[in-house]
Ligand binder design. Structure first.
Ligand SMILES: Cc1cc2nc3c(=O)[nH]c(=O)nc-3n(C[C@H](O)[C@H](O)[C@H](O)COP(=O)(O)OP(=O)(O)OC[C@H]3O[C@@H](n4cnc5c(N)ncnc54)[C@H](O)[C@@H]3O)c2cc1C
Length: 402
């Protein structure tokens, strides 16, 4: 068995393969020089200088796994379905019977020849932290999750922080402009200048050149405008590739052979690089969240060993920004309406998305109990009373009808 990608999903796949009874050879190939580590702390505790090591504990001897660190997969040749194939890599050709693709995603960058920081690896986090010094002018492009967390850390370290966002509100892509707008005052409160509706043309030495003319001067530019799986090593492999590797609900890779739904039983893809079929939502989901990287590999590894379990949980995500714990569960892509639960200009509040009397998703700000209870209601799909959901004094579980 070969696992390509040494992030959390890759490590969890290794553990799950052994846990599900795989006794044969097992190799993990990862482009980074470090053993698997957690990324969420990079934009939080690591930038804040509270920790420098986020390695995920693993007993590699017990796992009997060969670690090929600092090595990159460069190509994939598949034999007949079910017969494995060969991963071409910088460490040579690696034949396999079963393959886990867990190569995650890479940050999108902006045009221009000026220095731009992105934040995906521990080395990038350490490098950026060294630049977040008192008085430094830091311009962050993108008021998404990463942008908000970097702004939080930079402001705390005494930097003069400006966040530039093309949309009209922070977190617009993730939450929609109406809900995202409720987070805008948090920037000013932290002394961060938020400039929305501003498009960047390119990064130049000394700052940003704006699309409408004009520039913003900066000592450092941080770009947090999203990520995209790098699937170039899978070109020509015969796998169906869209924004991610397209899989069925058990993470088996689909083939691009014109036969709808035909899969490779010996190739799975999981984590940030996989677009998996969700029966719950009736469409593929590509979820770039830690929770999926942690839990989904169990199902993917079982599938590779012949199992048929399906992964169909509602997505979950958290962010720590401007002194708040922000959590989200569910999926509101097709929701009909928004219900406010508490005053969104206050300190603690939630927002729910509903369709008829079904709770589709919830966003909670320092209301962890709402999150936990709503997660269960969303998973069960039980109808709720919208008026009770709108009342922050009524526990979410008591809003369930019947
Ligand atoms: C700064 C930061 C903060 C985050 N904060 C949160 C948070 O608060 N909450 C949350 O839910 N999620 C958060 N996330 C997202 C979460 O960390 C990811 O969803 C998770 O790391 C995905 O794990 P993965 O194993 O699929 O991919 P990755 O962690 O990206 O790991 C993929 C690995 O594969 C390697 N690789 C890529 N291509 C190749 C190749 N061709 N050959 C060999 N190796 C290759 C990469 O170098 C990488 O080491 C954050 C992410 C970042 C970057």
């Amino acid at each position: 068995m070969i696992v390509v990608g040494g992030g959390l999903a890759g490590l969890r796949a290794v553990e799950a393969l052994r846990g599900n009874g795989h006794e044969g050879a097992l190799t993990l190939v990862s482009a980074e020089p470090h053993p698997p580590y957690d990324r969420p702390p990079l934009s939080k505790a690591v930038l804040a200088g509270e920790t420098d090591d986020t390695t995920v504990e693993a007993d590699w001897d017990l796992l009997r796994c060969d670690l090929l660190l600092g090595q990159r997969a460069t190509g994939l040749r598949l034999d007949a379905p079910g017969r494995g194939g060969v991963v071409a890599s910088t460490a040579g050709d690696l034949p396999f019977d079963g393959l886990v693709i867990a190569t995650g995603a890479a940050p999108i960058t902006l045009p221009g020849d000026g220095r731009q920081h992105v934040l995906r690896t521990i080395d990038q986090a350490r490098e950026l932290r060294s630049r977040l010094v008192d008085g430094a002018r830091i311009v962050i492009v993108g008021a998404g999750w990463i942008g908000a967390e970097v702004a939080t850390a930079a402001a705390k370290r005494g930097c003069a922080v400006t966040v530039v966002e093309a949309a009209d509100a922070p977190l617009s892509t993730a939450l929609g402009p109406e809900v995202g707008a409720f987070t805008a005052p948090w920037y000013a409160e932290a002394g961060v200048e938020l400039r929305t509706g501003v498009k960047v043309a390119e990064v130049r030495d000394g700052g940003l050149l704006l699309a409408g003319g004009g520039r913003i001067d900066a000592d450092e530019v941080v770009v947090g405008i999203g990520v995209r799986p790098d699937l170039s090593w899978l070109d020509g492999s015969g796998l169906l590739l869209e924004r991610g590797v397209v899989t069925d609900g058990s993470f088996r890779a689909l083939l691009d052979d014109g036969e709808p739904g035909s899969t490779r039983p010996d190739v799975v893809a999981v984590g940030d690089c996989a677009a998996w079929w969700s029966a719950r939502y009736g469409r593929p989901l590509l979820v770039e969240h830690w929770d999926v990287a942690l839990n989904a590999p169990d199902v993917a590894a079982a599938a590779l060993l012949g199992g048929n379990a399906v992964y169909d949980v509602a997505p979950y995500f958290w962010s720590e920004q401007f002194g708040r714990m922000v959590q989200y569960a569910g999926n509101h892509a097709t929701s009909e309406r928004i219900v406010h639960r508490g005053d969104s200009s206050g300190r603690k509040w939630s927002v729910a998305w509903l369709t008829d009397d079904r709770l589709d998703a919830i966003l909670t700000v320092d209301r962890p109990r709402d999150l936990v209870q709503a997660k269960r209601v969303i998973a069960a799909g039980t109808p709720v009373d919208a008026a009770a959901i709108a009342d922050p004094d009524v526990p979410v579980r008591q809003a369930v009808r019947g």
